[in-house]
Design a binder for this molecule. Structure first.
Ligand SMILES: C[S@@+](CC[C@H](N)C(=O)[O-])C[C@H]1O[C@@H](n2cnc3c(N)ncnc32)[C@H](O)[C@@H]1O
Length: 387
């Protein structure tokens, strides 16, 4: 197994997992005549049953894992989100919540406890989780930490036929597989994965996927620099289109890191923005530590907003995470919370991490979408003009 010099060396059990997954990937590449699209590689590396990063039983989220998400930093994140959600739940009789990709289950725990406290619980709290392993972690955490309220939680294996209420996805779109492409002056190439000297290697070929080709042709006129390499997400807009169609009345909150098209396809980002996380170190090589590291792509929020409009949703707001949380009254919530000096110190460190522009405050954005509801808090410091 290869790994870059500065990354920690995985333990023997982890190495064994990775070797098994690599074997399967080599076989798949051979079956596909020596080339796999990056989207297919990312799907296998993250979600292959029992072996992919999110499907194997190794630690991922939190201090002992590879990365920390906002709900893991402090419950104030989920409480401030809870204030946004409560505004919407109050407008819909018998409203439910649906969370995609609930990770460790921490956000579900803190949201439900807070919604109970302000007397605004949904009828049910549904979770759709791609990883069977994480589903079990969530079940355990909800039972341990939210007591009777956990009986509101139902895990779904497939999407409901229709839905009224609030749909939430925190750092889920960035974990959906993306294609990798290269724009040359004269041609469009897809960057895929092959095997060279017994190791995974990048290899380009002309784009044959018609949907990907059409999307690249839309993007090409915006580019100022060639050759230009970037990621193209086909899965997340398709997913949004499906959930928009099942929503009768309600709101969708997409929270993630990313940019609007003008910044996403900026010359500065001519090598793309794939990020991998292993033991709290970030780097840009998804072909190492296969199945042991997270692989993520920044989100193109313009593409998601355009999909939303096409599917009949209103784009209610596009905010920096910091402005979204301030509109959810995170500062008032923090005053209610911390009594002791030590707690106050911990809390201000957490708030800095969530709100400061050089930390998560600016790179993370929230796209707020609606059907037949008002979302007043999504209007403050609104950046829709940039989409
Ligand atoms: C980066 S983690 C974020 C976890 C959690 N939302 C948080 O903020 O801590 C990505 C999560 O999305 C899940 N996931 C990815 N694609 C999904 C999909 N299409 N449907 C449901 N869950 C998905 C992963 O299994 C994982 O739980």
């Amino acid at each position: 197994m290869k790994h870059t010099a500065t990354l920690p060396v995985p333990d023997p059990i982890a190495q064994q997992h990775s070797a098994q997954l690599l074997q399967l990937i080599y076989q798949t590449i051979e079956d596909r005549n020596g080339w796999l699209s990056f989207a297919e590689f990312m799907q296998l590396a993250l979600y292959q049953t029992g072996l992919g990063y999110y499907s194997n039983g190794l630690s991922k989220i939190g201090k002992a894992g590879d990365f920390i998400t906002a709900p893991e930093i402090t419950p104030l994140f989920s409480k401030a989100l809870g204030n946004h959600i409560a505004d919407v739940l109050k407008q819909i009789p018998e409203a439910d919540c649906l969370e995609f990709g609930a990770g460790s289950g921490q956000m579900a725990v803190d949201l439900l406890l807070y919604l109970a406290e302000i007397d605004c619980l949904p009828k049910q709290y549904y979770i759709i989780e791609a990883s069977a392993y994480l589903r079990e972690i969530q079940r355990h955490k909800l039972k341990e930490q939210s007591g009777d309220i956990s009986s509101l939680v139902i895990w779904l294996d497939q999407l409901p036929v229709e839905f009224n209420g609030v749909i939430i996805a925190n750092e889920v779109c960035d974990a959906m597989p993306v294609h990798r492409v290269q724009f040359e002056n004269e041609q469009l190439l897809e960057v895929g994965v092959s095997v060279h000297n017994g190791e995974l290697a990048w290899q380009t070929q002309p784009i044959t996927n018609p949907e990907l080709k059409a999307r690249c042709e839309e993007i090409q006129p915006q580019l100022e620099l060639f050759p230009y390499q970037t990621e193209i997400a086909l899965q997340s807009p398709a997913w949004l289109s499906t959930i928009a169609n099942l929503l009768n009345q309600g709101a969708i909150y997409l929270i993630d890191y990313g940019y609007e098209a003008k910044d996403y396809f900026h010359p500065l980002r001519h090598q793309g923005m794939l990020r991998c996380h292993y033991r709290h170190q970030a780097h840009d090589d998804p072909l190492v530590l296969v199945g042991l590291q997270d692989i993520t792509a920044h989100v193109d929020f313009t593409a998601l907003a355009e999909t939303a409009l096409t599917e009949g949703l209103q784009v209610e707001g596009y905010q920096r995470q910091s402005d979204f949380l301030l509109a959810g009254e995170i500062l008032n919530l923090s005053q209610d919370n911390a009594n002791q000096a030590f707690q106050q110190m911990q809390q201000s460190a957490a708030l800095k991490r969530l709100l400061f522009p050089e930390q998560m405050g600016e790179l993370f954005k929230v796209l707020s979408l609606s059907k037949k509801v008002e979302m007043p808090r999504s209007k403050s410091a609104d950046l829709r003009y940039r989409l």
